[in-house]
Write a protein of this length. Structure first.
Length: 267
């Protein structure tokens, strides 16, 4: 069995500079896939640039419930938005999981997927979610699985050794849901290349440990302007990731270990 690796950058479209950094990480580095935040107004234009400049870059949808504004109007999404129409912040959403109307979530997520299809002219390679919100409850996970089946696309594999407290409830029912829907997904999901753990040494260790089958490593490269740096705590770290992911040492390590870089479309 061969070793196949997806290096997926989250947050495509979060800002034009972040999108530019992701494209650079693909053209001059090892990023093979990305997921798009379709509730950001500039993402559709960034997708058109990606189709032109990085045609081999896998493009999925980063389902959003915890950042900026939804696509649909607030009067259709009262249980998942603030009074000003913006999405609930992460901590607030987690505190109100039992109050969420799943019909609202699914309507918004469908709008995000359809916005991607309108921009890209094709279905997404896979679905994952901002802040992993699609794994916060069994109901949210089921909603994502239903869309993956409907649109015939893969999903990010949610099971990892580093299970956060927010995801433990879903992980109890996760195996039965995966058995019910049988989505395509990588065999292994690695979340550890992040923040202080985003170093060349750690990434090389991950590459050394890639086993037969398929593995996804999540990353967040990008360029960051002053405006974004003020609104997000994960800012300068993105340029650190960009520098590591475009270092020739990383690509050489992948090649020397006969690891094939793929996208979710290859699963």
């Amino acid at each position: 069995m061969s070793k196949r690796l997806i290096i997926n950058s989250d947050d495509y479209g979060r800002s034009p500079d972040i999108s530019r950094g992701i494209r650079e990480s693909h053209l001059h580095g090892v990023v093979s896939s990305t997921t798009c935040m379709m509730n950001i107004p500039t993402t559709a234009a960034d997708i058109r640039i990606a189709l032109r400049e990085t045609p081999k870059l896998g493009l999925g949808v980063h389902l959003v419930l915890t950042a900026e504004n939804p696509i649909l109007p607030r009067d259709q999404l009262k249980t998942i938005t603030n009074e000003d129409g913006s999405f609930l912040k992460l901590a607030v959403l987690l505190s109100k999981l039992d109050q969420i109307d799943m019909s609202e979530v699914k309507a918004e997520w469908r709008a995000q997927i359809e916005a991607f299809i309108n921009a890209a002219g094709r279905k997404p390679t896979h679905l994952d979610s901002h802040h992993h919100s699609s794994f916060f409850s069994p109901a949210l996970f089921r909603g994502m699985l239903e869309f993956a089946k409907e649109y015939d696309c893969a999903i990010r594999f949610p099971f990892t050794n580093n299970i956060s407290s927010e995801l433990k409830e879903t992980f109890k029912e996760g195996p039965s849901l995966l058995k019910e829907f049988t989505p395509r997904h990588p065999d292994v999901f690695i979340v550890d290349f992040y923040d202080e753990q985003a170093t060349q040494e750690i990434l090389l260790s991950m590459i050394n440990d890639v086993k037969d089958g398929s593995t996804e490593i999540m990353c967040h490269p990008g360029y960051v302007d002053d405006a974004f740096a003020k609104e997000s705590s994960y800012n300068s770290q993105r340029e650190t990731e960009l520098n590591i992911l475009t270092d020739p040492t990383i690509k050489r390590a992948i090649q020397e270990r006969s690891i094939e870089l793929i996208t979710f479309a290859n699963l």
